[in-house]
Design a protein around this ligand. Structure first.
Ligand SMILES: [Zn+2]
Length: 256
């Protein structure tokens, strides 16, 4: 075969059945960003690829790069299969939304280590044993509401950090239109951040809680996502969503 062999680690974002027995993979790789690859014979019962060419798998891949758009998978070992994530419906949903966000937002074939590491970290946290997920959740284990709020806080922290890694972090320090540092009462996706009272045309009301959540979420590790009430979290989701719509031209799925 002509062409070159590439070795890289990657997360499977999407895995599509193709033809009689093949699979097409959408991968997010550590060394090359987005990669499209074909795994020939992957769906045969005795395939040497086993069952690891599925979403969320973190793989060490050998890929053959020929002339076509797709690379060909020639070897694969599992770095992490995130088995607990895979057996938990809520975690699967969260992982799928995260992979979908990476699919839509990071389509370039160039490395973005912060984005790659962030995705790995989020899948790791979704895979953590239930007791380790969050001290707050453990304290109030009976409260389903608290659990789902903590999941949403982490999902939105992931989204914000992903936006930052992709180069679309919202302006949070001063009015995105005029630079005013006080009276930041709205958020405008078109302006790309918080806006002051004089620039609020086209913005939506943005609470102090939502503003504080975004600032803290960007500063803290993903494992320490800040707390916020549901109304503030809705504003955060809208703020991130509208920023990405206007500036990255992508629409994300609902966060929960
Ligand atoms: Zn302003």
């Amino acid at each position: 075969m002509s062409g070159t062999t590439v070795r890289t680690e990657a997360i499977v974002l999407r895995s599509i059945r193709y033809g009689e027995a093949d699979r097409i993979l959408h991968l997010y790789s550590r060394d090359r960003g987005r990669i499209g690859a074909i795994a020939k014979g992957a769906r045969k019962p005795k395939s040497r690829f086993g069952g690891r060419l599925e979403p969320f798998f973190r793989l060490d891949l050998m890929l053959h790069e020929g002339r076509g758009d797709l690379m060909t998978v020639t070897g694969v070992t599992t770095v992490d299969g995130y088995p607990r994530l895979r057996s938990n419906g809520a975690a699967i949903g969260a992982g799928a939304r995260a992979c979908d966000a990476v699919l839509r937002l990071l389509d370039a074939a160039e490395p973005n280590p912060p984005a790659y590491n962030l995705l790995c970290r989020y899948l790791e946290l979704l895979d953590a044993p239930a007791a380790d997920r969050s001290p707050l959740v453990a304290q109030t284990e009976t409260s389903g509401e608290r659990t789902s709020n903590a999941s949403l806080e982490r999902a939105l922290s992931f989204r914000l950090k992903l936006a930052l890694a992709a180069g679309f972090a919202p302006e949070l320090a001063s009015c995105a239109s005029c630079g005013e540092a006080e009276h930041l009462s709205g958020f405008s996706g078109a302006a790309g951040g918080v806006v002051c009272g004089s620039c609020e045309a086209g913005s939506f009301p943005f609470s102090e809680g939502a503003h504080a959540f975004m600032v803290e979420a960007l500063a803290l590790p993903l494992s320490e996502a800040p707390a916020a009430d549901p109304a503030a979290l809705r504003q955060v989701e809208r703020a991130v969503g509208e920023t990405l719509e206007h500036h990255a031209h992508v629409q994300l799925r609902a966060a929960a």
